[in-house]
Design a protein around this ligand. Sequence first.
Ligand SMILES: [Zn+2]
Ligand SMILES: [Zn+2]
Length: 274
Amino acid sequence: MKLGLHVSISGTLTKAFEEGKKSSSEALQIFSSSPRTWRTSRITEEAAQEFRSSRGDFAPLVVHASYLINLGSKNEEVREKSIKALQSEVERAETLGADYLVLHPGGGDENAVTYIGEGLSKVLDSAKSVKILLENVAGEGQKLGKDFAELLSIIKVTENGKKLGVCFDTCHAFGAGYDLRQKEVWEKIHDEINDTVGFEAVKLLHLNDTRGELGSNLDRHANWGEGKLGVETLRIIAKDSFFNTLPGILETPGDLEKRTEDLKLCRELFNLER
Ligand SMILES: [Zn+2]
Ligand SMILES: [Zn+2]
């Protein structure tokens, strides 16, 4: 199980690898531009080349798409901006040589599934070497993707939707009502995956503890051992014959030192429990 952190690219792209090394990450996740503004800076070919050649063994390399993107918005202007922004996310991820681009599907009114499918259909063909992963959400607001059935409904209405993959976030799942502290719930998740998107589609774990209660729909990441999931959940994942084969990215709060402690704890538990 390759583990790593979401790291910063502030200042320069290759800062990601410095933080990756300092934290002993194997996998890495980055934003390819600021996740909270629509304005994006283009990555020059020179910067991209430097990034690709400094990457070393970090794999998989994951880009997390901007939080502003909402392909399912009921506001047409937001949808159009979102499609453009996603298009440029795909281009940047390709330029950087990323393996995966993680996207929150978004939501709005009862047409959201259709809108999301339309948006993805427009962008999906430009994703050649990078695979777009739809991430499960905590179910806040009208956001779609709180379970595998909802993710499948999006995949089904997307042209070439089979090219899409799935990222499973533990914090979001707990907020959406999956009690991940119970081994039986993970067995239920296996059944759900088997009946919906299929195991082949699930490519990545987001390993976050959470401040939110079970079923609270809250998306508040916590450091491992300080949240509601706790190390018991990590022990279950370590023994899970499917999930312990996936790469895992930690998106826990705090400075690099604090997050590196989280990574160490996860790694120790996984090595111990297997
Ligand atoms: Zn996540
Ligand atoms: Zn989150």
